[in-house]
Design a protein around this ligand. Sequence first.
Ligand SMILES: Cc1cc2nc3c(=O)[nH]c(=O)nc-3n(C[C@H](O)[C@H](O)[C@H](O)COP(=O)(O)OP(=O)(O)OC[C@H]3O[C@@H](n4cnc5c(N)ncnc54)[C@H](O)[C@@H]3O)c2cc1C
Length: 468
Amino acid sequence: MSEKLTIEQALNEARRCLHCGIPGCRKGCPIQNNIPDFIRALREGNLGAAYEIISERSNLPAICGRVCPHEKQCEAHCVLTKSKRGIKIGSLEMFIADFAHQYGLKPNPKSNGARGKVAVIGSGPAGLTVAGDLAKQNFAVTVFEGQSEPGGVLMFGIPEFRLSKEVVRSEIQQLRNIGVEFRCNVLVGPDITVDDMFANGFDAIFMGTGTALPRTLDIPGKELKNVLTADYYLRMVQLVHNGMLDDQEAILKEGDRVAVIGAGNVAMDAARTAVRRGAKEVTVFYRKTEKEVTAFPSELEAAKREGVHFRYLLEPCAFLDREEMQECTGTRVSVTESASIDLKTADLKERKPVGGILLQKITQMQDGSFLPTKENVLFSCDCVVLAIGNKPAARIVSTTTGIQVDEKGFVITRERPYGMTTRPGVFSSGDVVHGPATVVLAMKESKKVAEGIAQYVDAKRLMNECGS
Ligand SMILES: Cc1cc2nc3c(=O)[nH]c(=O)nc-3n(C[C@H](O)[C@H](O)[C@H](O)COP(=O)(O)OP(=O)(O)OC[C@H]3O[C@@H](n4cnc5c(N)ncnc54)[C@H](O)[C@@H]3O)c2cc1C
């Protein structure tokens, strides 16, 4: 986790950098940020130059500085890490980007739009990266976003206490400064189709639509009130923060006992958010052991420090209302990819609230596999948050032709031009292609796809000029 540094701390930290001949830190950064050079510029007190260097490779440094797993990437490759005092690269990146935002530094000129017109669908890290990289190369870029505000998971998933929304807005403002246009509350598919976009003169279309459908458990009691998906829960809390929703609508009440199902980063965010919203007790249930937890180690440790309980080798087999808690037996039902639970607030009011969970004990076999046993346990709670993964929605592929997806709904892309789907002129990257991963992986792939789009549009325009 990055630390907020004072200018003195940042300069001292920058002075510790050895400027290695072969900088491992740069190799460890998925988008190959020029870390040694921005640290050198910072050490020389030239923050403008430091920000310019970062901006050559990244459109989202204030965000990456906060949410990237630096301990596994750049910082893991710093030679000083071996002596236990590696350079705090994430903190330095965050310091430089925050300084640039505070003083309104604008490292890149506005796009003149002359090179071509590109539509970007979705404004998470994938869409923002494509938009920024193409605008820097003089494309006219319009971003279409289904939500009320751009940012994707950065705005409505990762909670405020880990990533301030003012920081996300500042990064997006930098993209507006270079000419990227944002159209929010437009859901491509129902509101406008890919075919409409081509008819409106876009040379290429990029889909960075993420994984909008949360997985749910198809078990008895799934319809009870307060059985929520983490996506929904975190979005509600963010809307309350943004002043767009009444606090009463944010589901969890102070003093509630909360069960979180799953042990990835999303589960940790849901659990830690519940703690901050005054839950009396928050317990994470995971069907494997602590060794298999997929959350970043720093997130797991933070959750433990904040008092979140962890129960391993347990899997829900039914959600029970308060009366049912007394008299239950259960049969095992496995995880399904059923459609998202209908969570309209009006419906919630009519349902019985959840009172507990019937869980099945799991055992680990000698070969490492996990098998359910016949033993059950009951856990009483007032709210269940499901954080067991996501998959892509089919809004775009079902409203046009030619974009193929695999059996799980992930978009199939090709190597040349990089990132083009099976439909010419439509490109894709980010979670909708490779599955739920990290901000920086979405950025890394999207940088390559932006190059693919530029090549495609240049070639298309050249062919048009040649009259073919
Ligand atoms: C709670 C949570 C915490 C996380 N924490 C971290 C972390 O600490 N560090 C890290 O590196 N990664 C983290 N991740 C993962 C990371 O945020 C994602 O991998 C990343 O956001 C994927 O980027 P994306 O652009 O592909 O998709 P998204 O960020 O999901 O953006 C997709 C966007 O497309 C829009 N959209 C979808 N369909 C349409 C449509 N038809 N029309 C218009 N718009 C549409 C959506 O509204 C959304 O804004 C976290 C994820 C979650 C859910």
